[in-house]
Ligand binder design. Sequence first.
Ligand SMILES: [Ca+2]
Ligand SMILES: [Ca+2]
Length: 414
Amino acid sequence: MNCRQLPGQSISPFPNLRDTPACAKASAGRPTCAKASAGRPTCAKASAGRLSAFAEGESACGGNRETPCEFQPLPAAEIGSLSPERGSLLLIALWSLSLLTIFSIYLAYGVRYKVSLLERLDSRDNLHFIAEAGTKKAIFELMKDEPSQYDSLNEPWGNNENIFKQVKTGYGYFNLIHDYLDSDSGSRKVRYGIVDEERKVNLNKAELEVIRRIIMITAGLEQADAESLAASIIDWRDSDSKLTIPLGSAEDRYYRSLPNPYEAKDAEIEVFDELLLVRGMTEEILEKIKNYITIYSNGRININTAGGEVLMALDLNDELVEKIISFRLGEDTLEATFDDNIFISLSDIISKLGTFSELTPEEVASLSNLISSGKITTSSSNFMARSIAQLDDRQMEAICIFDREGKVLSWREG
Ligand SMILES: [Ca+2]
Ligand SMILES: [Ca+2]
């Protein structure tokens, strides 16, 4: 019987330990070593690296000092390298450490993301409030405009850097701007102020020919295409399902045949993006016509504020439109300045224009028809503020439509 051959059991799970001289020698003739091997108290302890004294051997030998075990302490490094349990513990510790590291990184990333998100949301909230302050400023300034029969481009709400440019609020500031076509340079420039919606063609109220002309003039479409698109807009908003023109316009039947079918709205347009659902309308066309159309005005065009494109859409010829624009500019030939001429009421349009520039009988007739048709006016009742909020290096644009009483009709920010 020796340390390797105890019946009914494996002597030791630590083969290297069995081969130590101490164990081999004990197994050769020392029952105490066999006992120790059978119970494995000393081997187990040795394997754990805890057997460091001869007293351990004595314990394994039943305390018989005459037949002492000759176990000798093993070098710590050797014991450590021999211990699967210790290796397992080390492996578990390493795995735990790795998992903790990964978890910590994940946690830190999550916290950082949430902090960043909160900062962005906070910044966006602040930008929203700054932009909103801009629109309130616009409404406040409009309220100061005395009610009158006319509204013109040179009024304080329309062009005033002193009250609409870089207005500080909180840690940021806002600008109230709108762009316009500069007749001298032919390019679009920025003006500080708000614009009236009555200077634009109302797609919910205008007749087919007016819509067709404003599309042709501003988007450059051919007459047939412009008419088709204008008719489709009419069909989109009217309550019936009859085609405005037999070929080219669209009602339910056309929209139902699309890959993603839908129906004509048969009600007034509520948002500009809705126009992209109308047959023939594209983002490119909408971009070109957006400054000349509205869905919020009273439907009549303000002859004091409308641009030449809109006046031509009312079927006034080029020469007559030129005379109206020149009259409005005043002596300095600049738009929206102190010396601008103004049509106070509908009744003085022909007389004032005739005094400023000679009118042909055809032009007088054209103006008379336009006035009696109810398509034009000299005042405005709905306005648009484009508020640009700035906070540090971040910016937000808000577009607010409101009436003269300050009631907000539309709010859009992006
Ligand atoms: Ca319809
Ligand atoms: Ca002027």
